[in-house]
Ligand binder design. Structure first.
Ligand SMILES: [Zn+2]
Length: 308
């Protein structure tokens, strides 16, 4: 009887013991949430504000975002003003000082990443440019993913020192997967090194640089500016002259102009996925590259095969 009571008491104790509190992470992009999940493992809970199929410049704020932010221990953003259109008021409304810019719970993933197109002169919005401080789509280079993962591991270790060993091991496992992935992706796109492509928005400079491809032009006359007839005519002429094989477009733009350009030039229109969650197959940071690389390599191979 005594033993039974003791066992019962132990059971009650176990049931009453609270589970170890997780580090609550909110990210602007699903890509950062995916990397944070990989590095944080079971010690973290992540929530991304933007869905992978949405334009990351223009995210519709929801009341639930404020609640998530109010409970966050860590906020991870792309910075470079990618989130300027929606995030600052949400941080204010959350009244959570832990995640304000400059606070310990605020991580700007652009710090340390390879950022392209940084302006050298005075920054002006006269041209309606949405990339005033450099290209904010830098997560689309697996090597930047590695840098971001290391920054997240360091930040989590700072906020949750008890998890240091876990974060270190998880980071090593993630980096090993990235290294394996790079070999795969390099092998798939290697044969097309030097190929010029056209993209809708300037979302892919880091991706193209990593895989030795070149952006010859954009459907948008300037980042954030919708296509204009004059620019489109110029683009079509250039594409015909250079025999550009593919147009890469993000899933959230109107297909009308890119379709017309594709018909006029013979270039294949490919819907490229700029973020984790953009399609179900791109379920995490590694499979995002698996998806895009396969799609692009397939389109380029078909073009090569089609030539006389
Ligand atoms: Zn952009």
């Amino acid at each position: 009887m005594k033993r039974t009571l003791l066992a019962l008491g132990l059971l009650l104790l176990l049931a009453a013991a609270p589970a170890a509190a997780k580090v609550n992470i909110v990210t602007s992009l699903q890509d950062f949430a995916s990397i944070a999940d990989a590095v944080g493992g079971s010690r973290v809970e992540t929530f991304a504000l933007a869905r992978g199929y949405q334009d990351p410049h223009f995210v519709e704020p929801k009341p639930s975002f404020v609640l998530k932010l109010s409970r966050a221990d860590l906020l991870i953003v792309a910075g470079l003003e990618l989130e300027i259109g929606y995030l600052p008021p949400l941080i204010d409304q959350s009244r959570n000082d832990k995640i304000r810019p400059g606070a310990a719970g605020y991580l700007d993933a652009s710090n340390g990443s390879d950022i392209l197109e940084r302006p050298t002169g005075t920054v002006t919005r006269a041209m309606g440019d949405v990339h005033p401080f450099g290209n904010p789509h830098y997560w689309l280079d697996p090597e930047n993913g590695r840098i971001i993962a290391r920054a997240i591991a360091a930040k989590l270790t700072e906020l949750d020192p008890a998890g240091a060993a876990d974060y270190k091991a998880n980071l090593a496992a993630f980096e090993a997967k990235l290294t394996e992935g790079q070999k795969r992706w390099d092998a798939q796109l290697g044969p097309y090194a030097g190929t010029e492509v056209v993209t809708y928005h300037n979302s892919w400079p880091n991706f193209l640089k990593r895989f030795k491809l070149v952006a010859a032009g954009y459907i948008e006359p300037k980042p954030g500016i919708p296509p204009s007839p004059a620019h489109t005519v110029e683009l079509i002429n250039m594409m015909i002259e250079k025999k550009i094989p593919v147009i890469l477009m993000e899933p959230y733009f109107d297909q009308k102009t890119p379709k017309a350009v594709s018909e006029k030039t013979g270039a294949t229109l490919v819907t490229f996925i700029p973020s984790v969650g953009g399609v179900p197959e791109a379920k995490d940071y590694i499979s995002l590259f698996d998806y895009d690389v396969k799609l692009l390599a397939g389109a380029l191979a078909a073009k090569k095969g089609a030539k006389p």
